[in-house]
Design a protein around this ligand. Structure first.
Ligand code: DX5
Ligand code: ZN
Length: 218
């Protein structure tokens, strides 16, 4: 399995202390920043657009993992690539859960020169997409219903992380398995025991000492 990566979600950052918290992330064992894009249609909430991502790009060299919770990822993928994303992850549900369209968008994102991944909500099955580990740099299994930070972890999704991890081991060891939602020191252990190698954590990291919180997830 690949080396563990921690990707704190800046949805939970205190924006009155943005630079201070960014420097704390850089000083921590986190290597990535997870950037949640919500359009008010795909999920019932709004977050940030490409201009704020550009500010992050100017302010840090950390890897920018962009999670698109939008109805039109085919339109927005190039917008966020231009704003500085290193990885673009979109939802299968936004493409009618059609594996052919999912593969096409993965290929299109790769052609832009950035990494590409797809995500599934808690109610979306893994099976139709298992073979796509061959075409993706990452699979993101949501462990809460997307839209808000601070929700409780849904343990039932771990059967899907196991299924994707098995497919990854058989077909493409380089594909990462990421989990997002309700991650804390306890749920991180469960996730890691079920094939996850990339942990997103928002409220858990930003509601306590950032360096210590990240350490406790490793
Ligand atoms: C939820 C977002 C998450 C969110 C996680 O829709 O995709 O990335 O920030 O927040 P926590 O870790 O607080 O559940
Ligand atoms: Zn996210």
């Amino acid at each position: 399995m690949a080396e563990l990566i921690i990707a704190p979600s800046v949805l939970s950052m205190d924006y009155t202390k943005m630079l201070e918290q960014l420097r704390a992330l850089e000083a921590s064992k986190a290597e990535w920043i997870h950037y949640d894009v919500m359009d008010g249609h795909f999920v019932p909430n709004l977050s940030f657009g490409p201009d704020i991502l550009k500010q992050f790009r100017k302010s840090t060299d950390m890897f920018l993992d962009v999670h698109l919770m939008v109805t039109d990822p085919e339109f927005f993928a190039p917008v966020f690539k231009d704003a500085g994303a290193d990885m673009i992850v979109f939802h299968t549900e936004a493409l009618d859960n059609d594996p052919v369209r999912v593969k096409e968008l993965l290929d299109k994102i790769h052609a832009m020169g950035v990494q590409a991944g797809f995500s599934i909500k808690p109610d979306t099955p893994a099976e139709p997409f298992l073979h796509l580990v061959e075409d993706a740099d990452m699979v993101l299994v949501m462990s809460v219903y997307p839209g808000y930070g601070g929700q409780s972890f849904i343990p039932e999704v771990l059967s899907k992380t196991r299924a994707f991890a098995k497919a990854r081991d058989e077909r493409n060891p380089k594909c990462r398995i990421e989990i997002d939602g309700g991650i804390n020191d306890k749920t991180a252990k469960e996730a890691k025991a079920n094939g996850v190698d990339t942990l997103v954590a928002g409220s858990y990291v930003f509601k306590r000492d950032i360096v210590e919180a990240v350490e406790s997830l490793c």
